[in-house]
Design a protein around this ligand. Structure first.
Ligand SMILES: [Zn+2]
Ligand SMILES: [Zn+2]
Length: 297
């Protein structure tokens, strides 16, 4: 690759630092806010110690951050800057600018994210890695940190493709990434709303109860409900299937995770090597897709 925009490297580095700081503030702010709410108003009881969960998932995040930063983060940022400088992508072709570009880019990127998440459940190679996220037998804000580095690296390559296809500005990409980060922390958090608020809110965004159904052991719900920020994509593309009652899946013990979840969900060895373990190659999606209990809002 020829870095013809290298004269801007200093500028890029400054922006890199600013965006990094901004993302870190959003990430830490969201994490502490959710941890605080979970402390005072948890939706479910704690089957595994909170400190154990925080330490395990926090350590995973630390390893992932170092690896991903080295392997893909900086090249991806340089790629976004290059795409913006060259004026590549559909958004430029459509002539989108300012707040319109920002808004449309966030919606389009969220749509891409929906299809990418769905592919992670449909394509065996991708599911092998994404499965790591779903082997958590519980769910709280720290579950948002539970990913295999393999998934993150493949995701970054796919994101590079989205970037050149759509052509978001650097700012739009930054806003999208911050929204994804906060949304993931919010919808994984062990919190809940009253039925009426939940019904209204989940018509617009993915709520904790909405995403809990995606983590249900019952795969008719767990193999559906793929949206990340906006919930409309599941309804639009036929993957919306939530239990009639929250208690039917997420609110009872043993209802979260996978039917074939490992015996050691908090083992570093299992986290890192299960995706390449021969005994894990069947990659069963294990479950009915009966659609029982389907509700429509
Ligand atoms: Zn998933
Ligand atoms: Zn999740």
């Amino acid at each position: 690759m020829v870095f013809t925009w290298l004269p801007d490297w200093k500028h890029n580095q400054a922006m890199d630092v600013n965006l990094d700081t901004g993302k870190l503030i959003v990430f830490l702010g969201g994490l502490f806010l959710m941890l605080l709410i979970e402390t005072f108003a948890p939706a479910r009881g704690w089957q595994t110690g909170r400190l154990k969960r925080l330490l395990f998932h926090g350590s995973i995040a630390l390893v992932n951050t170092v690896l991903i930063r080295l392997l893909v983060y900086v090249p991806l940022l340089l790629w976004i800057v290059r795409v913006e400088q060259e004026g590549w992508g559909l958004s430029r072709w459509l002539g989108l600018t300012g707040y319109t570009e920002l808004l449309v880019s966030v919606i389009v990127l969220d749509l891409f994210d929906y299809f990418w998440h769905r592919a992670n459940h449909r394509v065996p190679l991708l599911w092998r890695f994404h499965k790591t996220h779903h082997t958590d037998p519980g769910m709280d804000v720290t579950t948002a940190l539970r990913f295999h580095p393999g998934e993150l690296v493949i995701s970054a390559l796919v994101k590079a493709l989205w970037i050149v296809l759509w052509g978001p500005t650097v700012i739009a990409w930054f806003v999208f990434e911050c929204l994804v980060s906060f949304s993931a922390q919010f919808h994984h958090a062990n919190i809940d709303f009253s039925d009426s608020i939940e019904t209204d809110l989940s018509k617009i965004i993915v709520t904790p109860r909405y995403h809990a159904s995606h983590h249900a052991v019952d795969r008719s719900y767990g193999d559906a409900n793929f949206s990340t920020i906006l919930s409309c994509w599941d309804r639009l593309f036929g993957s919306y299937n939530r239990p009639a009652s929250a208690a039917a899946t997420a609110w009872t013990e043993g209802s979260l995770g996978l039917p074939e979840a490992p015996l050691k969900p908090f083992s570093f060895q299992s986290w890192l090597f299960d995706p390449v373990n021969k005994s894990n190659l069947s990659l069963s999606r294990a479950g009915s897709r009966s659609g029982k209990g389907k509700i429509k809002y």
